[in-house]
Design a protein around this ligand. Structure first.
Ligand code: NAG
Ligand code: NAG
Ligand code: NAG
Ligand code: NAG
Ligand code: NAG
Ligand code: NAG
Ligand code: NAG
Length: 395
């Protein structure tokens, strides 16, 4: 009897293992027509995203590492594909005030001048729990205790990723269960729509970006801390991605690009505002806030989001860290380096106005500070992929 029971249990475990566990690299795979995505519990991170390009070749179009264990071992910690939390981007002087009480959080950047992505043990340094996993969806959860990194109160969050034909969706929910606390999440994916397999270039300077609602951006100091100003992205200026689509590298030779991403930095690390309400009520599902396109692969990603800002980081100086490419990317014949080059990627972050907790005159507390009696913090985004059939003719 016990023998039969054991056999039955083994069979169940084997069946469950076939669909319900990570692969040997620690990755969880979900797929739908035209798309396959992989995730790990560390930071609830997207590690791989496969799309067939214009010639039918499968490209892995996001940066990541080969296996789950390396995310904890890697000392550079580029926040690959994870969820920065509980407060994404920078907090000025690692300080904020809620109801007259001053809080100090872990100062993990610029020699202790500020906090980046929730501190040295922010959410994308922690293993989330997998709470559900099907063939086309995965949900992660995290319980962030009161006082962790200096933040007041407990926060409980669920991150759900779903794929549909040629589409990746994300939904994030967070609840402040005990005290008022800042919450701002994002998705920190590094894109290279050529999968680092464009023989003519290692970089994304030739990717075309359009931010149709982003006529303004958040003004920052030389360590990228918001200074309270909202700046105009005048037409034809280096930060104009709204008036028409433009290649990411189009203005790299302009003197105006120098210092645009902080001290002595040429490129983008910029929080663009997404202004949609001026034309009346809108449905965020109907028009993308950003589109990124590469003529080499013919792949376009259109990003739809309910968020009011959109960060672009163009990977200046990225080669210094010597971060390895995945085995699913790049070339193995020695024709290009096996580590990430400068301007080889672009991070696109759906988010709210950064460091709004330190700019009360922006009047965004309802979207930045959450307490037990308040509505939940939510963030939704949809990434739709299309492939240009004609692109290969131009190559
Ligand atoms: C790419 O095309 C191949 C061949 O048709 C197919 O097996 C594979 O699943 C496709 N990849 C994706 C991500 O759809
Ligand atoms: C995990 O990935 C890293 C980085 O690519 C690599 O150096 C390491 O050998 C891999 N480990 C295993 C067990 O595959
Ligand atoms: C996260 O899980 C990985 C295995 O996937 C393990 O190697 C690592 O030590 C864990 N990291 C932390 C910070 O718990
Ligand atoms: C920065 O925070 C420290 C406490 O960590 C405080 O003493 C100091 O006054 C703050 N500086 C500014 C400019 O707000
Ligand atoms: C990048 O775009 C520029 C301007 O359109 C073009 O001159 C150049 O050949 C392109 N480079 C590559 C590697 O595609
Ligand atoms: C930026 O590039 C665009 C497209 O090539 C061009 O129209 C614009 O004049 C450039 N702006 C600057 C400041 O160089
Ligand atoms: C500015 O950046 C350039 C190029 O990366 C570098 O050669 C130079 O040393 C930097 N200057 C300063 C003052 O950091």
């Amino acid at each position: 009897m016990a023998r039969y029971l054991l056999a039955a249990v083994s069979l169940l475990v084997a069946l469950a293992g076939a669909t319900n566990g990570p692969d040997e690299d620690g990755k969880y795979t979900i797929s739908a027509e035209g798309i396959r995505a992989q995730f790990i519990p560390y930071g609830a991170s997207l590690t791989n995203l496969f799309i067939n390009d214009t010639s039918g070749t499968e490209r892995d179009i996001v940066l990541g590492f080969d296996n789950a264990t390396f995310y904890t071992e890697d000392t550079v910690h580029p926040h690959y594909g994870g969820v920065p939390g509980r407060y994404a981007n920078r907090i000025k002087n690692s300080t904020f005030v809620i109801d007259g009480e001053e809080f100090h959080v872990d100062p993990n950047e610029n020699g202790g001048a500020d906090t980046l992505h929730g501190g040295s043990n922010g959410w994308d340094h922690r293993n989330f729990t997998v709470v559900s996993y099907t063939c086309d969806s995965i949900t992660f959860s995290i319980v962030d205790p009161d006082g962790e990194q200096g933040f007041p109160g407990e926060v409980i969050s669920y991150i759900t990723y779903t794929v549909k034909p040629y589409e990746w969706d994300l939904k994030m929910v967070a609840l402040a269960t005990t005290k008022k606390t800042p919450i701002m999440l994002s998705s920190h994916v590094y894109w290279n729509l050529d999968g680092f397999q464009n023989p003519d270039t290692t970089n994304t300077d030739n990717h075309t970006l359009h931010l149709p609602y982003s006529g303004q951006r958040v003004g920052v100091d030389n360590i990228l801390i918001p200074d309270g100003t909202i700046l105009p992205n005048q037409q034809y200026s280096v930060n104009d991605f709204w008036s028409s689509p433009k290649q990411l590298g189009a203005n790299l030779t302009s003197p105006d690009i120098h210092g645009n991403c902080g001290f002595n930095c040429s490129g983008y690390d910029t929080c663009y505002l997404v202004n949609r309400a001026q034309n009346g009520p809108y449905d965020w599902h109907t028009a993308p806030v950003a589109s990124l396109y590469s003529a080499f692969s013919g792949i376009t990603v259109d990003v739809y989001s309910d968020q009011d800002a959109f960060q672009i980081y163009s990977c200046p100086g990225q080669s210094q860290a010597g971060i390895p490419l995945k085995k699913t990317q790049g070339f193995t014949d020695g024709s290009q380096p096996r580590w990430v080059q400068d301007y080889a990627c672009v991070v696109m972050e759906v988010e709210d106005w950064i460091d709004a907790i330190n700019q009360p005159e922006w009047q965004r507390d309802a979207k930045n500070i959450f307490g037990p009696g308040d509505p939940a913090y939510t963030l939704e985004a949809v990434y739709k992929f299309t492939v240009d059939d004609d692109a290969k003719n131009s190559y």
